[in-house]
Structure formats: C-alpha cells, structure tokens
Ligand binder design. Structure first.
Ligand code: WT7
Length: 658
C-alpha cells in the first residue's frame, strides 16, 4: 500500500472509544490537569517536580534566557537514585516488589524495593572503589538482566553519567560511543540469552576496546563483567588488571551508602541515537526535569496505582523507552514491574502472554511491530492464556495502524482496555503526546493530544499552524522539563539539528503530522533521512557509509521502505566497483553486504534487501533522489523524474531489480 493511501485510510478512521464510567471514576488523571497546566505551565511542572524528594528545594523553575539551552529547577538538588529507591523504603514500602525479572531460559528473580536499594548501594560502593565520580562516564553493555537496572541506578546515585549501549550493537558501535563519551568504565556480561541461545557479549567489548589501526586505545580503564551465561569461551580474552568479575568485586564492598545530592541539571545519561548523518548523536539528559516528566507521565498516562498494578514495558534498557519507562519513571513512582530478558517467541510464541498470566500484569507497554507480529500469528495463541489482569495497554515507537490498534484492544484487552498511543523521542526524554485514560475519547491510529504542560503545533514551512486535516511539521513551541539539554560534546549540532529550522525557541521534531478537526494529532512518519524499523531509529547515512566501507562497493543509497510488520525496512541500492565486478556478480554479493552491515552496526540495521544496480538516480547537481528509490522499493509507480540528470536511469534500475 502506498503511503498516501495509508494516510487517507487513517483519516477515514471513524471508530471512537469513550472512557467507560467505571474507568473514569477510578482514573488517576482528572480533566482539571489540562486547565491547571494551560493556565500556567511552569507552575504546573513546578508542582509536579515537588512530588519528588529534593535534598535542596528549588526556587527557580525554568530559565529560557539563552535558548535553546534550558535549565529547569536549576538551584534545586536531588539524587535520582534516592528518588527511585531509598525514598520508597523510608516511606514503609520496602517490601513492595520493585520488579519481577524473567530470564529467557525461564529463570526468574524478584527484587523488593528494600532489596533493590541494598543492591544499588553495594554497586555504588563498587563503582566508587573503581574511581567513578560525579560527571564520569560509564558505558553499560548488558543483556536485560537485573544488573542492567542496578548498574544504571548505581551510576546515577554517584552523580556520574551512564551511556547504555544496546546489546545488539557491534564492536564498532561500542567503540564509537565509548570514544565519543570518553568512558572510563564498561559494565558488560559474559553473554545473554536470545532466541533460545546464549550469545556472547564480552568478546565484542574486547574487540571494541582493542587498539585501532593507528594503535590508539580507548579511554576505558576497567571492564566489569557480570556472569550471566557462564560460557567460558566468552571470557577467553580476559585481561588481568582491566577486567573484573562483578560478583567477586561486589562481595567485597560495604553495603551502606548514603546518597548525596546533586544539582538538578547534573547530567544523568547520554543515549546515542541515529541522526541524518553517519555519526550517532549523544543525546544528553539531566536529572530534575527529566525525572519530573517521566514520573508524571508514567503515573498519569498509565493510570498507575503503585499498590496494586503490575506494569510491564517490553522495551530493552538500550533504548530511551527502557530508560524512561523501565527504569526511571516506574521506579520513581514506586511501581511494581516485570522485566523480561528475551524475545517474544521463545521458547514458544505465547511467551509474552504466559508472562502476563504468571505475574498478573495489569498495564502493558509495547511496540506496534510486536502487535502486528502477534496479529499475524493469530488470536488463538494469546487466547490460551489468562489475560484478564490487563486493564490498560500502551503503544510506542511508530504509528499504530487502526487495524492493529483494534486487534490489540479486542484480543489482548478483552475488548475493553483503553489504549494509549504515546508519541515521544529519545530527545524529548518523556511522552509528549498521548491520550489520558479516563479522560480522552480514544481514536485508533492517532496519538491524540499533547500531555498537559506540553505545547505542540503542526506548522508549515513558515511556522504557520496548518489547518484541520492538512499535513505539516510537528514542532514543540515551549521548553519542557525532560527536554534534551544538548548533544554530548557538540552544542553546534544541537542547535543546527533541532533549533535552526524555525529559530531557537521552536523544537523541530523531524516528524510529519496532521491535526484533525477535533484537534487530534496523527503522526505521519519522519520527514528526514531517518528510518524507523520496528520502532528503532536508523539513519540512512549511517547504513550507506557502512556499505561504502566494504571494498566491493562504489556507491550506495538506502531508503526506508514500508513494511507490513516492522513499519519500515532497510532497502539498499548498491553500485559495485568495476574491479570487483566478479565478486559482485556472484549471487551472494547481496548476502555479503547484508551481513557486513549487521556486523558493522548491529543486526537491526541489516538491510531487508540489497539490489546491485549499475546506476543511481541523481539530480543534475549529483544528489541521489532517494524518493524515487523508495517508490521502487515499495513497488509503487515512480514519481516525478523530471529533475533527474538522466531519466533513463530508473528504467535501468527497474530492469536489474527483476
Ligand atoms: C521517533 C523517535 C519514543 C520511544 C521510542 C522511539 C517515532 C515514536 C511514536 C508514536 C508515531 C512515533 C517518531 C519519532 N515515534 N512514537 N506513538 N506514533 N510515531 O524513540 O528512537 O527516539 O524515535 O519514533 O518518528 O520521531 P526514537
């Protein structure tokens, strides 16, 4: 289906789901949130910030005198980990479960708030013993095991900065991130479990930290290794003096640790994400404003009752959803959650539903890709499990098509749970657009309205609001507490990327959107060269440069083609070098290049298809017209080719694709 058809279908979606009286009566969010926030957004956020524990209360809310550089609650001091841990124990909730962790092989572990606090205190002492201080960078490359959460909170507790690198990323990706952040410590594991198999992680770290061709080492001094799989071959590259076992070290440290206050604007983490160039951006988030907005949205959007709910976000901590809605939001709210290490279909396709049944999950937060995959497998799989504990469903990462939305509600939500479709980004730190359950009448396919206290507009190129049902660009017109504070080490790129298109007070999100007659917002996908595959962001430029780095490749163009399951899929068009014509002629050239990208960046970047072509469509100035390649990749009639330098190119490419 072509993109414009999809958009038309979306706009004709007419199903409406008003909140039930029952849900409304018990909902956390009340409609006055909007009126209070509208009246004075800064006072609103200040009030929400005061729900946290401040060692030193703030007196200033927002400083926006030097846009786009903002500070929130600047003269206040807090400790993020204390807010997620000690505070709940001191309030008498130490026996409440913080999380039930489920390993892929079926092992499991439960941590109460008291137990998690104790573990984080020990880990903080361990990191201190290893020399970690406020502002130091710690890279975390772990499977989704309890130590991932413990390590993040321990780093936060010390006022240091974590940069979590998704366990699927390659050695090169780790190296780039470690170098950019100048990390002094890496926390990893021997391996993890995925798709029923143990996979190694430590060898990838060894490779990432090895001196490069120029003999240049990284800034990493120590590597802490969690034993997860026990696979000896994973630790064959052990370096005495550099590598340490987590379990050995943690056994030797003191169990008491007093959390010190840090300024509200103390950096909390750097999370790398793809942009429109080949170099990933280190998105920087700080403490007080970030925690305020993640806690507020987690509570109100998910209607959280910490005493009774069991919340499960299926995201990995390697992505922003894992930071904001697995670690910081839920734990700041004293929630009980489920954390699952593995893949949804291991050892059987009902694993997710089995987990929901086992822990009586009441709130589920998942990605549309997963929902569409389950939809394809059929409702008979979830129907074998008791899902009656579910009372709210969430969606994130990409637009959820109305068909998947309705299936999600009918099959998983017994035809009655509200669904919140939450729009946000790594950069926004927390949710920005979503329905509030119990208040909003739900519309399948639309992310709906800004969160209270958030100012969003859909505009044309001249920053004029577009009329009802007219497409435009999504912008945020007021600063918000959890906004990114910058790109690590590159203030210029921060300004250029997000705050230059419309001036320094308007944040340009990179998404196209449309507002309907009711004021509900429909997201229409990225307007830049960023792809969204299974809710994960990939850059066309990054994959192109990976392809071009292969000796066989002369030129490459990558597009995100719409894909029924993953939203978009990576499709590459490649010209091979004449000198490698023989290699390229081999049937497996495409397979070699797909593997090359997976090896260089990570499996999620592996192209769905690689087409070896003789030419690429270019304008007279030599710019590749990816729009036309996208038409081809999506099997659509090719659009306007009049600006092509050579109009016969498209026919030639179509021929080679056959
Ligand atoms: C991009 C951000 C937010 C955490 C996961 C992705 C797309 C995100 C939605 C949604 C339509 C969405 C946007 C955005 N996106 N949520 N509910 N509806 N599109 O974080 O990797 O920073 O990607 O994901 O295109 O810009 P991310």
């Amino acid at each position: 289906m072509s993109e414009s058809n999809e958009i038309d279908n979306l706009l004709h979606e007419s199903r409406r789901f008003p909140p039930s009286d029952e849900f409304r009566a018990q909902a956390v969010a009340k409609a006055d949130l909007y009126t209070t926030a509208d009246a004075d957004p800064q006072a609103f956020w200040a009030e929400k910030a005061r729900d946290l524990h401040w060692h030193t209360p703030f007196t200033q809310t927002l400083d926006w005198s030097n846009p786009p550089f903002a500070t929130w609650f600047d003269d206040g001091e807090l400790n993020v980990a204390y807010n997620c841990l000690d505070r709940h124990v001191l309030a008498g909730n130490g026996d409440r479960v913080a999380f039930h962790w489920e390993g892929e092989p079926g092992d499991s572990k439960t941590f109460t708030y008291a137990e998690l606090t104790a573990e984080v205190k020990k880990a903080a002492n361990l990191l201190t013993a290893l020399g970690i201080r406020q502002g130091d960078r710690v890279a975390i490359y772990l499977p989704l095991i309890p130590e991932a959460v413990i390590a993040m909170l321990a780093v936060a507790r010390l006022g240091a900065i974590h940069t979590v690198i998704f366990g699927g990323f390659s050695a090169e990706s780790i190296r780039d991130r470690v170098n950019d952040a100048e990390a002094s410590l890496v926390i990893t594991a021997d391996g993890g479990y995925r798709k029923g198999r143990a996979f190694p992680l430590k060898p990838t770290v060894d490779k990432a930290l090895a001196p490069d061709e120029a003999g240049q080492a990284t800034t990493v001094k120590k590597v802490l290794v969690v034993k997860r799989t026990g696979d000896e071959t994973s630790v064959a590259g052990w370096q005495e003096g550099r590598d340490l076992w987590w379990h050995d070290e943690i056994a030797q440290v003191d169990s008491e640790h007093v959390a010190k206050p840090f300024p509200a604007e103390n950096p909390l983490f750097i999370l790398y994400t793809s942009g429109t160039t080949g170099k990933p951006k280190g998105i920087l988030h700080t403490s007080g404003g970030y925690l305020t907005q993640v806690a507020f949205t987690h509570k109100n959007v998910f209607d959280l009752k910490p005493e009774t709910d069991v919340y499960w976000s299926t995201a990995d901590v390697g992505w922003i959803t894992g930071h904001s809605y697995v670690v910081y939001g839920p734990l700041a709210n004293g929630a009980t959650e489920v954390i699952y290490e593995g893949t949804p279909d291991t050892p059987h396709p009902g694993r997710w539903w089995e987990i929901i049944q086992k822990y009586k999950v009441s709130i589920l937060y998942a990605a549309p890709t997963a929902i569409r995959t389950f939809m394809k497998l059929g409702r008979q799989i979830p129907q074998q499990f008791d899902l009656s504990s579910l009372r709210l469903l969430g969606s994130v990462g990409e637009p959820i098509n109305p068909e998947a939305w309705v299936w999600y509600r009918d099959v998983i939500g017994a035809g009655k749970t509200p669904i919140v479709d939450t729009w946000w980004q790594t950069e926004t730190g927390a949710m920005m657009i979503s329905a509030l359950p119990g208040i909003t009448t739900l519309k399948p396919g639309s992310a709906q309205i800004p969160i209270p206290g958030i100012a969003i507009d859909v505009v044309d190129e001249r920053l004029h609001s577009t009329g009802p049902d007219q497409g435009g660009l999504l912008v945020v017109t007021q600063p918000w507490p959890s906004m990114l504070r910058g790109i690590w080490g590159d203030p210029e790129r921060y300004v250029d990327t997000y705050w230059s298109k419309f001036g320094p007070t308007t944040y340009f999100a990179g998404d196209g959107a449309r507002r309907d007659k009711d004021g509900d917002i429909w997201l229409l996908g990225r307007v830049d060269d960023v792809m969204n595959v299974s809710g994960h962001r990939l850059s066309t430029a990054e994959i192109e440069s990976s392809l071009v780095s292969h000796p066989m490749v002369a030129e490459a163009a990558v597009v995100g083609a719409s894909d029924e399951t993953t939203g978009q899929a990576v499709v590459a068009f490649v010209i091979t070098k004449a000198s490698h014509a023989d290699d390229a002629a081999k049937d497996d050239a495409a397979a070699v290049l797909r593997a090359h990208v997976a090896q260089q960046i990570g499996a999620i970047a592996r192209p769905r298809q690689v087409f070896i072509v003789n030419e690429l469509p270019k304008t007279r100035s030599g710019k590749i017209m990816r729009r036309l390649l996208k038409d081809l990749a999506e099997g659509r009639e090719i659009g306007d080719t009049t600006t092509l330098a050579d109009t016969s190119v498209m026919t030639a490419i179509t021929d080679t694709m056959r």
